[in-house]
Design a protein around this ligand. Structure first.
Ligand SMILES: *[C@@H]1O[C@H](CO)[C@@H](O)[C@H](O)[C@H]1NC(C)=O
Ligand SMILES: *[C@@H]1O[C@H](CO)[C@@H](O)[C@H](O)[C@H]1NC(C)=O
Length: 322
């Protein structure tokens, strides 16, 4: 059973992935936890917690990898500034392992590294794209990365450049829903407020562009996509180990009407734009891709489809999580 270390194990994607790996019976899972409470949550899920560790210190992360005989590291932290330091720690561990073996004239398997990126790196492309379309290129990209993730194409390149010592995969999920659906609170929050505030006939304002068309994917399907990449990481991903995970694209107006119906609200809605806020801007992108390579290369297929049809289930789960 490969030993997998999940950075961000108690997070939204991290926990779903841990559960998928543990329940397959094919992986032993370690996870980083930032508090005693989170460590307990991991233990209850049969995950070995790593507590009190500053994983942004390359020395610390490298030691954790070596001491626990980790084979594959998955970065689901969504760390922005520290993403490079995390990669450095993983490369350090991989290099040390390779060099130790080399002293005895041995080679071993490479350490695996899976990085959680996202479809925001495409921006709002001018035409239909796939995960083979270059991102961050002034001449060949079809869109400009969202400001919030302007740094990310360069980080993806750094991950790919580390392939001399690592087997890597880069996963790009679109906006993730299911259970807490936290990312959609920005769009759905005003509608819930209108529900609570029964007498309110005011127009609901949503801080988004009315043209927004977001890619969506359920959190469990994100987990199965990562899981499939982990199972194929030692050479089974081909020469371009970069995969979009998108199930559907949904226009914001369809989504809003669905959420209003689910919450029994029928006030008018106004889309007030993204106010120069980088996060709101990223949410309002127009998604023009689909995940065919994840299907053909990873054998991935989402189980949760028909987002709008099943929206009442997701809205109730989200409401309960507020
Ligand atoms: C676990 O590994 C076995 C053997 O490789 C495979 O047949 C099985 O599908 C895996 N289980 C899951 C849930 O991935
Ligand atoms: C709603 O309106 C009714 C009738 O005008 C009033 O009696 C009630 O107090 C109002 N409720 C709230 C929560 O404002």
């Amino acid at each position: 059973m490969p030993n997998v270390l999940i950075l961000g194990a108690s997070g939204y994607v991290g926990l779903a992935l841990c559960q998928s790996l543990v329940s397959s019976g094919n992986h032993t899972v370690w996870g980083t936890a930032r508090s005693a409470e989170k460590a307990k949550l991991l233990l209850q899920n049969e995950i070995a917690p790593i507590t009190d560790a500053d994983i942004t210190k390359p020395e610390t992360l490298s030691t954790i990898i070596a001491e626990n005989n980790i084979d594959i590291v998955v970065d689901t932290t969504s760390a922005y500034e520290q993403a490079a330091q995390i990669l450095q720690g993983v490369v350090k561990a991989a290099t040390a392992r390779r060099d130790t073996l080399a002293k005895e004239n041995l080679v071993g398997p490479k350490l695996g590294f899976v990085y959680c990126s996202g479809t925001w790196v495409y921006g709002s492309p001018s035409e239909r794209i796939t995960d083979l379309t270059p991102v961050g290129s002034a001449s060949l990209s079809k869109g400009k990365p969202a400001t919030a993730v302007a740094w990310r194409p360069a980080h993806e390149q750094a991950v790919l450049a580390a392939r001399d010592v690592l087997d890597v995969a880069i996963m790009r999920p679109s906006a993730i829903y299911g259970r807490a659906s936290w990312i959609f609170s920005t769009w759905w929050g005003g509608i819930l407020k209108a529900k609570k505030d029964k007498n309110c006939t005011d127009t609901i304002t949503i801080p988004a562009d009315s043209t927004a068309r977001t890619g969506t994917v359920h959190v469990d399907d994100v987990a199965s996509g990562f899981h499939a990449a982990i199972d194929r990481i030692n050479g089974g991903l081909g020469s371009w180990p970069v995969f979009d995970l998108v199930t559907e694209t949904i226009g914001i107006q369809d989504m809003t009407e669905g959420v209003k119906a689910a919450l029994g609200v029928d006030a008018k809605v106004e889309y007030t734009g993204t106010h120069g806020n980088a996060f709101l801007e990223a949410l309002s992108l127009v998604c023009r891709n689909e995940a065919t390579r994840a299907r053909t290369v990873l054998g991935w297929g989402p189980n949760r489809k028909a987002f709008v049809l099943n929206l009442p289930v997701y809205v109730r789960a989200w409401e309960a999580a507020q």
